[in-house]
Ligand binder design. Structure first.
Ligand code: DGP
Length: 113
């Protein structure tokens, strides 16, 4: 998707603070961190949101969670963390490329909505 911000980051057209990359996913630090550790994990294939996750493409979501577990260990999130994906207008999704926020390093708010 030529007009997608995260596709441009994946293509290397826009720089990012990369923490993990393999053939199917990229993880990089959020430009506006909400916690001491705030990493975004994205599939390299353009999937607009969790609305578009299907039986055909859901394998990458499981892989993202496998890497979340590894990154949480690597980032020292031994006291817990939060994983969030925002979807659509009510979910306040601002970048329309599926991504998972990994946040931790402090006691997070109990408010979820
Ligand atoms: P969401 O609201 O769930 O769509 O989250 C989008 C996140 O993307 C938000 O936390 C800020 C982050 N973000 C937006 N633009 C950039 C960028 O150019 N670089 C990085 N690293 N993060 C970005």
């Amino acid at each position: 998707m030529s007009d997608c911000l995260f596709c441009k980051i994946i293509a290397g057209e826009i720089p990012c603070d990369k923490v993990y990359e393999d053939e199917t996913i990229l993880a990089f630090r959020d430009i506006n961190p909400q916690a001491p550790v705030h990493i975004l994990l994205v599939p390299k294939a353009h999937i607009a949101s969790s609305y578009e996750v299907t039986s055909q493409n859901c394998q990458v979501v499981g892989h993202i969670f496998e890497i979340i577990s590894q990154l949480a260990e690597h980032e020292g999130l031994h006291n817990g963390y939060r994983v969030v994906t925002n979807c659509g207008a009510d979910g306040c999704q601002s970048v329309h490329h599926l991504h998972f926020h990994l946040m931790g390093g402090k006691k997070l708010s109990e408010q979820m909505g």
